[in-house]
Design a protein around this ligand. Structure first.
Ligand code: M6R
Length: 607
């Protein structure tokens, strides 16, 4: 989950490394550092905390040199402080690492017994010492790196630089992504194409087990046996501009407000609004012949998939298994020859989702992936990619990616329903007309921001919140809770409203706000009964509903947020916005770091 960068350049690289790290900060922001070869010697600057601290450090003590490596960290082994920040050094070897070296404890023990002293608590430092030990034993840098790599178990993307050779960086990948950027008389290594985009859009993605010898004018790629391998060079689609906040206070706020537009772009990709038809896609499976769809994802993407399950089963009569990817990957689910698998990931790099995809690939199941980042590993490894057109999402809390994932899944459910003969032509055009209205309704919800901000000020004073919903509002309740806890650090839980009396009702008292997500639909009255149960125990209810729902409730609520009346099919897309705004304004009221909340990273490339 860290971001790494390497440049073998022609001009001073320190500012370029920092610039690239800004594009990678979404991968972690506990500490950052860069190293160059300055006057023939390895030199580094590191700083705890956000990248801005490293920039201050470099203002005070600049670094020269035309070759360098850099790192932005999400701590796994060792607290986030300067000592544990990368690059790590060992006798003329500098190294940056993303991933986890699983056998680091044995290696560390072996190196300690061999006289190596450790200065950090990281797993990474063993790699620096392993390479340096091979140099000491007489190996040349390339061979030293290869020998060390063969000792490693676990997941890693590495960049290694050697004092005494300012035309060499070794890159290696096993798990987390690593791309080589080809320049003119300059070469680059980076965790993703976006980091490399200002330098070049000509990239080669390393595959698992690959390692590369990167020099200014030449790149060679090898497998772990040391055999040369060919990997295609591709044009990257990474955007070369650093996305900014515009007039918004936070990326999250901006991304919430972008939703009407990006939902509409995503829907238009799948649906022909003029004809009222789902577009024909070239698929590696036939929806009509499937007996099961296995879906898997993490976090917010998992919750989008959980809503998708209701849609596929209701409108296409296609049974869906939805799993949290970290469970799916180990639970050895049997998959029939009539199954297809669908993975959902904003980043396209989430380690558990990728491992689940590979499990399905080994079972010979056709694989689709709903992804935002084109060119990501999941996008490349799937048989078919279903893009969401959300654009770069910078805020760690997923917002516009969620509603775009929902938009893509709803479109695919319509497609599946038509293919399986459960949605007739007239019904298809009605559902598509309903989806076409989603951006307009989303816009109307954004106009309720002032009211939602007032409710959020109340929420910011509590320590625990319960979210309740039924049907598609149940995963949405979990998404509301996830959003609130990740950016405001308030403890929140999402429950199926009908589950309340099976345990969580014990939590209810006059200090506990209960946010009920209840559009006026077929089961509104059932949810009302659950609200009565909360009210009877003194719970304070915040009801998110529509006019019909608000008119029907006889309870005195702490607050009622009244949304436009929307068709049941698209309600989850529209109701996502108030829960995002509630979390956002609560976090702002509490003064947390909304875009980069503590302990989190945007892309989770370790399991
Ligand atoms: O990039 P992905 O969609 O695969 O990421 C999955 C989760 O890590 C992500 O949705 C996470 O839960 C968000 N921070 C939630 O806002």
């Amino acid at each position: 989950m860290c971001g790494i960068i390497g440049i073998v350049g022609q001009v001073p690289v320190a500012p370029l490394l920092v610039d690239a790290l800004k594009r990678l900060e979404y991968r972690g922001y506990d500490s950052a550092g860069i190293a160059t070869i300055e006057g023939g010697e390895l030199a580094r600057r590191r700083a705890e905390g956000k990248l801005v601290n490293l920039e201050h450090r470099l203002d005070e003590e600049p670094l020269a040199g035309t070759i360098g490596i850099g790192h932005t960290r999400w701590a796994t082994h060792g607290v986030p402080n300067e000592t544990n920040a990368h690059p790590h050094f060992s006798n003329g070897v500098a190294i940056v690492h993303n991933g986890i070296i699983e056998n680091f404890a044995e290696l560390r023990q072996e190196l300690v017994e061999d006289g190596y002293a450790f200065t950090s608590q990281t797993d990474t430092e063993v790699v620096a010492h392993l390479v340096s030990r091979e140099l000491k034993r007489g190996a040349r840098p390339v061979d030293a790196a290869h020998r060390a790599l063969k000792r490693l178990e676990g997941a890693f993307a590495l960049a290694i630089m050697f004092q005494g050779d300012d035309d060499l960086i070794i890159g290696a990948r096993n798990g987390p992504p690593l791309a080589i950027g080809h320049g003119k008389g300059e070469m680059y290594l980076g965790s993703d194409a976006i980091a490399l985009a200002p330098f070049t859009n000509s990239v080669t993605y390393l595959e698992d087990g690959d390692w590369a010898v990167v020099r200014r004018n030449h790149v060679e790629i090898f497998d772990m046996k040391g055999e040369p391998v060919e990997r295609p060079r591709q044009q990257s689609v990474g955007s070369s501009f650093l996305v900014d906040k515009g007039n918004y206070h936070h990326f999250m706020e901006k991304e919430i407000h972008e939703q009407p537009e990006v939902i509409s772009h995503t829907l238009a990709h799948y649906l022909d609004f003029t004809e009222g038809r789902a577009r024909a896609l070239d698929l590696p499976f036939d929806f009509a012949k499937l007996d099961r769809l296995a879906m898997s994802a993490c976090g917010t993407a998992y919750l989008a998939g959980s809503i998708g399950k209701y849609w596929f089963e209701r409108y296409a009569r296609l049974p869906v298994d939805i799993d949290i990817a970290s469970e799916f990957r180990y639970r050895e689910m049997p998959l029939s020859g009539k199954s297809a698998a669908l993975f959902i990931s904003q980043s396209g790099e989430t380690a558990d989702t990728l491992a689940s995809l590979r499990y399905c690939r080994d079972q010979n199941v056709p694989i689709g992936a709903v992804v935002n980042v084109r060119g990501s590993t999941i996008a490349r490894e799937a048989d078919v990619t279903f893009p969401i057109l959300a654009g770069p999402e910078v805020g760690v809390a997923s917002t516009k990616a969620f509603t775009c994932q929902l938009s893509a899944l709803a479109s695919l459910a319509v497609m599946a329903g038509v293919a399986r003969g459960h949605i007739a032509s007239e019904a298809e055009s009605i559902l598509i007309r309903q989806l076409a209205e989603a951006p307009r309704f989303a816009n109307q919800v954004l106009r309720l921001s002032d009211q939602i901000e007032k409710v959020a000020r109340e929420l910011s004073r509590v320590r625990h919140v319960l979210y309740l919903g039924r049907d598609t509002s149940y995963p949405l309740a979990m998404e509301g809770a996830l959003k609130l806890k990740e950016i405001s650090y308030i403890h929140a839980e999402g429950y199926a409203a009908g589950e309340l009396k099976h345990g969580p009702i014990a939590l209810i008292d006059e200090t506990m706000p209960v946010i009920v997500i209840a559009p006026h639909d077929r089961i509104f009255d059932k949810t009302m009964s659950n609200m009565q149960e909360v009210a009877a125990r003194g719970g304070r209810i915040i009801l998110i509903t529509d006019e019909a729902g608000a008119a029907r409730t006889s309870l005195t609520t702490m607050d009622t947020i009244v949304l436009p009346d929307v068709p049941e099919f698209i309600a989850p897309i529209v109701y996502a916005l108030p829960i995002q705004l509630l979390a956002y304004f609560t976090a702002v009221a509490m003064g947390t770091d909304v875009d980069q909340p503590r302990n989190l990273a945007k892309s989770v490339t370790v399991e």
